[in-house]
Design a protein around this ligand. Structure first.
Ligand code: ATP
Ligand code: MG
Length: 436
């Protein structure tokens, strides 16, 4: 029987995931002025390469706080990644804090000093480097400097009683470049195996309905864990594969097939696919162009579409027709139709989609009209009443949304519903199940 010691991860692989802790340093993070994107990036990188992030601390710019955080992390993690506070200004205290907390005196590293001077001269600044910058060459005893190819402050790697501390600058591009170059390969060499996920993105189905349809999935996929990650208008389903399967590709295919079988029509893509990107691919395959006429979304549909690289090869034009007169002038919606049904109505949404396609000479069109609020609602058309429509050679599609929430949320959800309305039409799928 293997003792506990045998299960601890050895270089080259083992059963136990590598426990990691991230420490982000900076008063600006604590105050909320800077969003801690470094943590998100690092957590992702560590997990992808097979470490398990067990804790995250954010501390202010004081020697005491940084030192205490490092001690706590050392008590429970074997890998510690710290970012921030390596700069040349007096509020950059990470080196000093490490030196004190680990009892490793600082000394000037002549190689780093030389590199800092060279860099200073190359940049054509003053002839002599300010004394402040010299502190970036201070290294705690036993620490290895890590090269920073995109900035001045080198990083540090320190071994402490079986744990490893990586120290990186706070500037995101420097932190990202250095962690890809140093931490990722370090973790891969020691972790039990990268964590494998299959993420499918869904739209038009409630999180609860999705969860219901996938309840027995666990029975088919023993050891897998399923997470539902909702955002406005869509839900990602992420399935984590257990350990390292012998054949990762086959394991992934199995999960994918099961998900598609259950909720296929709601799945618009995988990984970081976008709805508008998927529509672009479909239109390119069909050799068809799209035009958009939007009212309450005020350009949000077109904004998403034009964010897709290469959309100029399938997107012809979009118009924002806010007033009734502009719906007639720009998208050819008969004034009489608006008069009879109101601007926020199914016939007008359909006429917008068809009309803009005719005006633009495209095969495909999208129309959106609705009441985003907070004012402008009536008893039969309350705030959140939105009609989206799509037009294509395949036919037409329409959906009435009854949304709630702020103006921003209503506009966002309407944008996604309009894109999904077209996606479903192009794929020959029926109405979405979500009542909204
Ligand atoms: P510098 O040499 O620029 O002083 P540094 O290593 O001392 O680098 P900080 O001073 O802590 O890093 O931060 C530099 C910049 O990076 C700041 O503008 C800060 O907003 C940003 N930054 C720092 N930490 C983070 C973080 N965790 N997430 C996102 N941005 C961050
Ligand atoms: Mg700084």
């Amino acid at each position: 029987v293997a003792g506990h010691g045998d299960r601890v991860t050895a270089p080259g692989g083992g059963a136990e995931p590598l426990a990691a802790e991230v420490i982000t340093v900076g008063n600006e993070i604590l105050s909320g002025r800077t969003v801690d994107t470094n943590f998100a990036f690092l957590a992702h990188l560590l997990e992808e390469n097979g470490a398990r992030v067990a804790q995250h601390q954010t501390v202010g710019d004081t020697v005491e706080a940084i030192g205490a955080a490092v001690q706590q992390a050392l008590s429970r993690a074997r890998l510690i990644v710290l970012t921030g506070g390596l700069g040349p200004t007096p509020d950059d205290l990470t080196r000093k804090a490490l030196a004190q907390s680990l009892n490793r005196p600082l000394s000037l590293d002549p190689r780093i000093l030389e590199r800092l001077r060279e860099r200073w001269e190359q940049r054509g600044g003053r002839a002599t480097m300010p004394a402040n910058n010299e502190q970036q060459a201070l290294v705690p005893r036993g620490a290895e400097p890590l090269e920073n190819p995109v900035g001045s402050a080198p990083g540090l790697q320190i071994e402490v009683d079986g744990a490893t501390i990586f120290v990186l600058p706070g500037v995101p591009i420097e932190m990202e470049t250095m962690s890809r170059a140093t931490i990722a390969p370090w973790v891969r060499a020691r972790a039990a195996g990268a964590v494998e996920h299959v993420t499918v993105r869904t739209v038009g189905i409630w999180e609860s309905v999705l969860a219901e349809r996938l309840t027995d999935l666990a029975g088919h996929l023993p050891g897998h864990s399923i997470a539902f990650l909702p955002s406005i208008g869509s839900v990602d389903v992420r399935v984590t594969l257990p350990g390292v399967a012998a054949d990762v590709a086959a394991a992934r295919a199995r999960v994918r097939a099961l998900l598609l079988e259950r909720v296929g029509s709601y799945v618009y893509g995988e990984g970081d696919a976008t709805l508008e990107g998927v529509i672009g691919t479909l239109l390119l395959e069909r050799g068809q162009w799209l035009a958009v006429a939007e009212s309450c979304t005020g350009g949000l549909v077109c904004g998403r579409i034009t964010a897709v690289p290469g959309s100029s090869t399938w997107f012809e034009r979009g118009v924002v027709c806010y007033s009734n007169a502009s719906k007639t002038a720009l998208a050819g919606v008969p004034a009489e139709l608006i008069e009879r049904h109101g601007a926020v109505s199914e016939p007008v949404a359909r006429a917008l989609a068809r009309g803009i396609a005719e005006r633009a000479g495209t095969a495909v069109g999208i129309g959106v009209t609705g009441i985003a609020g907070p004012a402008g609602g009536t008893s039969d058309k309350p705030v959140g009443t939105v009609h989206v429509a799509a037009f294509a050679p395949d036919g037409e599609a329409h959906r009435l949304l009854r949304l709630s929430g702020s103006r921003a949320i209503i506009r966002e959800r309407s944008t996604i519903a309009a894109l999904d309305c077209l996606r479903r039409l192009l794929l020959g799928l029926g109405e979405s199940a979500k009542p909204d």
